[in-house]
Design a protein around this ligand. Structure first.
Ligand SMILES: *Cc1c(COP(=O)(O)O)cnc(C)c1O
Length: 367
C-alpha cells in the first residue's frame, strides 16, 4: 500500500504523470481475455477516440511499449538500411530518434540546435536541398528535455514543399496538450505515449500511420518482429492485438481518452495553455529565468528553469522532495545542475502548480 508521503507527492516531472481518481478506478477493472469480444469493444473505443483527438482519418494502433518503442516502430517500418534520413534535433529526445535510425543502418544527417533553441524551418529547407534523396525527416514536436515546442506546422510545410520525404513525428509529450493536426499537416507517422498528456499509466505507445507510410512499409527492409506494424493491422481486423497487451493500462487510457475526446481535445489544449502561462508567469515573478525565452516556442507541457548561481541544483531537488513533497525533473544531459524542469501535463490541479511555485520561491531564497 502507498505510504502517506507517496499519497501526498506532488509529482512535477514531465511524465509519467499522476492520475485522477476516475483513472485509478478504471485500473481496478477485472482482467479480460484479450482475444474476446469485450477487448474488441475496448479497442474500437480507443481507436475512435484517438483518431478524434489526433485529428486523423489514418489508421491508429496501440502498442505495448513506452514512447521509445513506437519511435523505433516508426523507423523500422518505413525505412531500409542506407536510406538518407534527416534528423532535426533540439535535445535529448531528438537525438534519440536519430540514434534509433542510425542503429538500424540509416544514413543520418543531423540538424542540431543548442539546448533551449527551437528548430528553424528555413534551416530544414536548406538541409533538404543539400540532400540527394531524403527518405524521411525525423522531428520532435515537443522536446521534453528543454521545454521547447518546435514550430511543427511550419516544419511540415517546408518538408512537403522541398521533398517527398516521409514525416515521422515524435509527439510523445505534445499530443493532447499542444495543438496538433495530423492529417492537415501531412504527418506520416505520429507517435505518442499514454503516460504524458493523456493522463494514463505508462505502457501504451500509440501511432497514427498514413497511406504514404504504408506504401513505404511495403519496400522497407529494416528488421522487425514485435514492432512490425503489419501484424497490428492484420489482427486489428478481428478486434485483437497481435500480442498480449497491458489490458489494465488500456482500461485507464480508454477512460482518459474518452473524457478528452468527449470534451474536445481543444479543451485539453486550452487547459494546458492556461497552466503553462501560470507556470511561466510564476517563475518570472519569483525572479528566475526560463531556459526558453521566446514565448512562441515555450512548451505547454514542461518548463525548464535556470538555477540562479547561488543555488546548488542537486540540493534544491532533494530539499523540494524531502521537505515539501514536490518532485521536479532535473536537467538531462548537458543541462544537469543548470536547470530544473517543471512538468505541467496531463491531469492536474492549479493548486499543485501554486504549491510547486511556492516551493521554488522558498528554496531559491528569492522571496
Ligand atoms: C517521454 C518522451 C519519449 C519517450 O520516452 P519513454 O520513456 O520511452 O516513454 C519520447 N519523446 C519525448 C519527447 C518524450 O517526452
Amino acid at each position: 500500500m502507498a505510504s502517506e508521503s507517496e499519497k501526498k507527492l506532488n509529482l512535477r516531472i514531465p511524465g509519467p504523470v499522476s492520475l485522477p481518481d476516475s483513472i485509478y478506478r478504471a485500473l481496478q477493472r477485472p482482467i479480460i481475455n484479450h482475444r474476446g469480444p469485450v477487448f474488441g469493444e475496448l479497442l474500437t473505443s480507443l481507436t475512435e477516440n484517438l483518431k478524434t483527438c489526433l485529428k486523423t482519418k489514418n489508421e491508429v494502433y496501440f502498442v505495448t511499449s513506452s514512447g521509445t518503442g513506437v519511435m523505433e516502430l516508426a523507423v523500422v517500418n518505413t525505412l531500409s538500411p542506407a536510406d538518407e534520413v534527416l534528423c532535426v534535433t533540439v535535445g535529448w529526445f531528438g537525438d534519440r530518434f536519430g540514434q534509433i535510425a542510425e542503429q538500424y543502418g540509416a544514413n543520418v544527417t543531423t540538424l542540431r540546435y543548442e539546448a533551449g533553441q527551437a528548430a528553424d524551418p528555413d534551416d530544414v529547407a536548406a538541409e533538404l536541398k543539400k540532400m540527394k534523396n531524403c527518405k524521411a525527416v525525423l522531428v520532435t514536436h515537443n522536446e521534453s528535455s528543454t521545454g521547447v515546442a518546435n514550430p511543427l506546422q511550419k516544419i511540415c510545410e517546408v518538408v512537403k514543399k522541398h521533398s517527398d520525404a516521409l514525416l515521422l513525428v515524435d509527439a510523445v509529450s505534445s499530443a493532447g496538450g499542444i495543438a496538433l493536426e495530423t492529417d492537415a499537416w501531412g504527418i506520416d507517422i505520429l507517435v505518442t505515449a499514454s503516460q504524458k498528456a493523456w493522463y494514463a499509466p505508462a505502457g501504451i505507445g500509440m501511432i497514427a500511420i498514413s497511406p504514404k507510410a504504408w506504401k513505404a512499409y511495403e519496400s522497407s527492409t529494416m528488421p522487425k518482429y514485435y514492432f512490425d506494424v503489419g501484424s497490428y493491422r492484420k489482427s486489428f481486423k478481428t478486434g485483437e492485438p497481435p500480442f498480449t497487451p497491458c489490458i489494465t493500462s488500456m482500461f485507464a487510457l480508454d477512460s482518459s481518452l474518452s473524457e478528452i475526446a468527449e470534451a474536445g481535445v481543444e479543451q485539453a489544449v486550452a487547459r494546458h495553455t492556461e497552466i503553462a502561462d501560470k507556470v511561466r508567469h510564476g517563475v518570472k515573478s519569483i525572479g528566475l529565468e526560463l531556459l526558453v525565452t521566446t514565448p512562441e516556442f515555450a512548451s505547454n507541457t514542461v518548463t525548464a528553469v535556470k538555477f540562479p548561481p547561488r543555488v546548488d541544483g542537486a540540493k534544491f531537488l532533494q530539499s523540494a522532495m524531502d521537505q515539501y513533497g514536490v518532485e521536479f525533473g532535473g536537467g538531462p544531459g548537458v543541462l544537469k545542475d543548470k536547470v530544473f524542469r517543471i512538468g505541467h501535463l496531463g491531469w492536474l490541479e492549479v493548486e499543485q502548480i501554486e504549491e510547486a511555485l511556492e516551493v521554488v520561491a522558498r528554496l531559491t531564497h528569492a522571496k
